[in-house]
Design a protein around this ligand. Structure first.
Ligand code: GAR
Length: 293
């Protein structure tokens, strides 16, 4: 449950605990204040009393929660939370205003290769009201993904190995771009712990096999498909998962399956896997970052 909330609200563990404290204290205070005020009222009819109590709680709860959130340093979270709740209750659709842009979820795509997944993700989120691809990051100047980013006028950051593995060297660039989530789409460097610590449960990877099988160091692209075929597997697939400090290890978000035919070559299997990836990855990312899982 904690992990689900952390993902849904895009917060780390400490922040999640502070938010839950605010909910608990705000809720208890609402009960106390509500009963105190009702004690002063002269209403006796039970239905009128219940209606008045509900009205009181509906007004007091947001006010008290906002008040309590201030000393806990969580005012911005609760202001946005209540705003979203209000919009949902009143059925207000998202209008693209400066205010909504502040709430846009900003993604960076990391890719080392051709970038067919990156292209599908970019297409999927073009004109999306809540999610935007704001940066494409690569470690290879000749990677196809760079041309794709240029075509879509998305800024590109080319990283140097030594600086990347330091963990924090590119953080100022990510902070400046206000990145909320990092999406790995065929990115072949291991993500350093320092970067993971800054994006807890907010780095997502796709792997072209059914993890935990055929994952780990050196298992990428066609090496995976060769190993699957060599092992005589009847089935393969894709795994979309959060990234942790170990290769291809973090919690799985989604798995999709496909058959391995006796006549398959690594290339034909790769083509089938790519199709699965292109169909699933953009919508799984959308659900995950919007907390709709
Ligand atoms: C994809 O199949 C992805 O699953 C794989 O690299 C390919 C990139 O293709 N990733 C890994 O193997 C990571 N371990 P693309 O550049 O056409 O999107």
């Amino acid at each position: 449950m904690f992990n689900k909330l952390k993902t849904k609200w895009r917060v780390g563990l400490l922040r999640l605990l502070l938010i839950l404290c605010v909910f608990a204290i705000g809720g208890s205070l609402t009960g106390i204040v509500g009963r105190k005020i009702m004690g002063l009222s002269t209403v006796e009819h039970p239905v009128a009393w219940a209606l008045l109590y509900i009205l009181l709680v509906t007004i007091c709860w947001p006010l008290l929660v906002l008040l309590v959130s201030i000393p806990f340093g969580q005012f911005a979270f609760f202001r946005n939370y209540l705003r979203r709740l209000w919009n949902r209750m009143t059925g207000r659709t998202a209008v693209k205003t400066a205010e909504n842009q502040m709430n846009t979820i900003r993604l960076a795509i990391f890719a080392s290769g051709a970038g067919s997944n990156a292209a599908k993700i970019i297409d999927h989120f073009t004109s999306h009201p809540q999610v935007k691809i704001v940066l494409v990051v690569s470690n290879k100047p000749e990677a196809g993904v760079i041309a794709i980013a240029n075509r879509h006028q998305i800024p590109v950051l080319l990283m140097e190995k030594e600086r990347f593995f330091r963990g924090d060297a590119y953080l100022p660039a990510f902070e400046q771009a206000k990145i909320d989530y990092i999406i790995l789409a065929g990115f072949l460097w291991k993500v350093p712990a320092g970067l993971i610590a800054h994006f807890p449960s907010r780095i997502i990877n796709i792997h072209p096999a059914l993890l935990p099988k055929y994952g780990g160091k050196g298992m990428y692209g066609h090496f995976v498909h060769e190993a699957v075929i060599a092992a005589g597997e009847k089935e393969s697939g894709i795994t979309i998962h959060f990234v942790d400090e170990q290769y291809d290890h973090g919690a799985a978000i989604y798995q999709g399956r496909c058959p391995v035919e006796p006549s398959d070559t690594p290339d034909s299997l790769a083509a089938r896997i790519h199709q699965l990836e292109h169909e699933a990855y953009p919508r799984v990312i959308e659900k995950t970052v919007l907390g709709d899982n």
